[in-house]
Design a protein around this ligand. Structure first.
Ligand code: R1P
Ligand code: URA
Length: 238
């Protein structure tokens, strides 16, 4: 079985999938963290691999950028590949010094102005949520492996280059308790909800919109490693 966007057979994909936005980050994760990783998809360059981590089968696949792309890939993984859980591992821009550079955020709610949920199923909720039990697991693993997380809502935006209200970051912090911005978790959480599956989202702060700092390529690599370790250590306990 395959779809228009994924050439894998159902048995090629593990029950738990890590999803970075960037397909090349999926490749790096497969090469550096998984044993015996095998490529299961390269349609449109959206690389997906399955291997083992500490003996347990885990997959990793890019989601692409934005709700529409995450919407397609996560829907297909849940619905047609019988995936139980997806953990997004993304980069984020911080709106507040309460979420410093390189810190890891565990998303407890995803606020969006996006029409994704409305268009997908008529869902008018502007806040979509991760799986509560999966988040609790990640939180407890974070203590066990000493990789701290900041629990926060995120702003899940359709827009990267923004020319609107300059006070948007402050408003997101005050009105939505969203300390950061990224572009996919709202669609992922919505799909998990309508398909009765599990989803979570870990984000590493790569940019600060409050202090105007940005991670270098090397720093990104090192700090993403902590988030990926936490996601994998959680995945094998599911
Ligand atoms: O690092 P990833 O997972 O791609 O996530 C963030 O980076 C991209 C923007 O540069 C968007 O996809 C945003 O959500
Ligand atoms: O969506 C994103 C992701 C990383 N950094 C940003 O500024 N925005």
């Amino acid at each position: 079985m395959s779809t228009a966007h994924n050439s894998a057979n159902i048995e090629d994909v593990a029950k738990v999938v890590l999803m970075p936005g960037d397909p090349l980050r999926a490749k790096l994760i497969a090469e550096n963290f998984l044993k015996d990783a095998v490529l299961f998809n390269d349609v449109r360059g959206m690389l997906g691999y399955t291997g083992t981590y500490k003996g347990k089968r885990v997959s990793v696949m890019g989601s692409g950028m934005g709700m529409a792309s995450m919407g397609i890939y996560s829907y297909e993984l849940f619905k047609f590949y019988d995936v139980d859980a997806i953990i997004r591992v993304g980069s984020t821009g911080s709106y507040s010094e309460r979420l410093p550079m390189k810190s890891v955020a565990l998303v407890k709610g995803s606020y969006s102005e996006s029409t994704y949920a409305l268009a997908q199923s008529g869902d008018t909720d502007t806040m979509q949520y991760p799986d509560e039990d999966l988040n609790k697991l990640i939180e407890s693993v974070s203590q066990e492996v000493s990789i701290p997380v900041v629990k926060t809502n995120t702003h899940s935006s359709d827009v990267f280059y923004y020319e609107g209200d300059l006070e948007q970051p402050e408003k997101m912090v005050e009105e939505q308790d969203a300390l950061c911005v990224e572009m996919e978790s709202f669609a992922l959480f919505h799909n998990a909800k309508v398909l009765n599956k599990k989803a979570a989202c870990l984000l590493t702060v790569s940019d600060s919109l409050s202090t105007n700092e940005h991670l270098s390529a090397d720093e990104r690599q090192t700090s993403f490693n902590e988030m990926i370790t936490l996601a994998l250590e959680s995945a094998i306990r599911l």
